[in-house]
Design a protein around this ligand. Structure first.
Ligand SMILES: Cc1ncc(COP(=O)(O)O)c(C=O)c1O
Length: 446
């Protein structure tokens, strides 16, 4: 038997189990107090009210209260009713134990410095967006995404990334991963992928075939005749090179000649430190390149906000499929991001983070006893290691409490190991504290 009672707000009491009703009620209340679901000082309903809520005799409730008063769990005072005793100390939440287990200095590459999330600016945008939101913002959202966000993105992407975008071609998604799930249904595959890349993304695609990469990005001349290729042209992930200008043109030519799509993963294109960012590949041929952007690196992966700029032919199929799968991002977060971008906060935040990350990368380059490869860009770098050293260095780093992976972790299973090194996020919140122990490990084992 389970029941709901009203303790100022609805409160669930589990009255199942063995024994009479009174002892089950006593046990259920005692458990609620012990686990802090009923906090010290909480006023309990009168025995009459609770009896009505639970559909039991008032005497049953009164007897349960008396027993808990006698045990010290409750106090009963004339005038202030029956309350949970103050001296009952709630147990330490399980969360605290979990944090201890994760005390590694995490330098894995999945997040930006989330401690620098622009809370104040975001809050201002949320307040403004909510204040002016039309009523339809609270109805089920258009599968293509809120038009306010698509308009703001079209302007931003054209200006900052050289994307040929208009709001009618933009589809708001919950991140790059969501975009890949949709494209995997619409494009038959197999997909050509860079031989080093994010395994999680490869696994979202039905079949993949690796193409070698070097310091200038993917070796386009080795791209097979397949329906699509997933590339990271601005900043190869994880090696860190930009796609060479000639290869950019060749990649587009490959797509035209093979009647294929290029899926451009522009995950951190805003973060270039040595010069202005190179524009998106999509600008070269918007009918062949599907542009994939995300707020996961620039703001936070917890927002689950990303965007696709889709060739004309793909707009309707993508929107229809997305509508079926109902994976919307919150309309209020979309409106907030729209305001955040159009008010200039997004640009300011990116500028602020750019200077932070640049300093950190400079620190890494200055301190590292091994060569740092890749562009002065993004939120991660590769610390190069001689062939054969990588497993020992990864082991030693982990033993020293550093959460890192080697390049081998990112290698396509069908690709030969060609590069060796540690992939390190200098964007991670732990980076300032992790730098010294990291360099010690590299000096000893690298
Ligand atoms: C290579 C790459 N692409 C894209 C993303 C962003 O993915 P999502 O937008 O699904 O969070 C990441 C994030 O870690 C990434 O490493």
């Amino acid at each position: 038997m389970e029941s709901w009672a009203t303790f100022g707000s609805d409160f669930y009491l589990d009255l199942s189990g063995t024994g009479g009703l009174r002892s089950r009620l006593t046990r259920s209340l005692r458990d609620a107090i012990r686990s802090a679901r009923l906090a010290p000082g909480t006023r309990l309903p009168s025995s009459r009210t609770l009896a009505v809520d639970l559909g039991v005799a008032r005497n049953t409730v009164a007897a349960a209260y008396d027993e808990l008063v006698a045990e010290g769990w409750l106090t009963a005072r004339r005038g202030s009713g029956t309350r949970v005793a103050q001296r009952v100390t709630p147990p330490a939440p399980a969360l605290r134990q979990a944090t201890v287990a994760q005390s590694m200095l995490d330098l894995s590459v999945s997040t930006p410095d989330i401690t620098l999330f622009p809370r104040t600016g975001w809050l201002r945008s949320a307040r403004r967006a909510l204040t002016v939101a039309p009523h339809d913002a609270f109805a089920p959202c258009d599968a293509q995404g809120r038009v306010e966000l698509r308009v703001a993105l079209a302007e931003y992407l054209a200006r900052a990334r050289g994307v040929r975008a208009d709001p009618g071609r933009i589809v708001v998604v919950s991140g790059t991963a969501h975009a890949l799930r949709l494209l995997n249904v619409l494009v038959p595959g197999p997909f050509a992928v860079e031989s080093y890349g994010l395994g999680f993304h490869r696994d979202l695609l039905s079949a993949t075939t690796p193409v070698p990469v070097d310091d200038h990005g993917v070796r386009v001349e080795y791209m097979p005749a397949v329906p699509a290729a997933l590339l990271t042209p601005a900043h190869q992930f994880p090696l860190g090179g930009p796609l060479h200008p000639r290869r950019r043109a060749d990649a587009v030519e490959w797509a035209r000649a093979t009647d294929a799509w290029v899926l451009e993963d522009d995950y951190d294109g805003e973060f270039r430190y040595d010069r202005d960012p190179v524009g998106a590949l999509q600008g070269l041929d918007p009918e062949r390149v599907v542009y994939l952007g995300t707020a996961s690196k620039s703001l936070s992966p917890a927002l689950r906000l990303g965007w696709m700029v889709v060739p004309d032919r793909l707009v309707d199929p993508v929107v229809a499929l997305k509508g079926e799968s109902e994976q919307y991002s919150s309309a209020l977060d979309q409106l907030t991001l729209a305001d955040f971008i159009s008010s200039g906060e997004y640009d300011s935040h990116v500028r602020r983070m750019r200077s932070r990350y640049r300093q950190r990368r400079d620190q890494l380059v200055a301190a590292s006893p091994v060569p740092v490869s890749g562009l002065a860009a993004g939120l991660h770098a590769v610390l190069e290691l001689p062939a054969g050293r990588e497993p020992a260095v990864v082991r030693a780093a982990r033993a020293a409490g550093l959460g890192v992976s080697g390049l081998d972790h990112y290698r396509h299973p069908d690709a030969a190991p060609e590069r060796h090194g540690l992939v390190v996020s200098f964007g991670a919140p732990a980076f300032p504290r992790a730098l010294a122990p990291l360099c010690r490990v590299l000096a000893e084992h690298g």
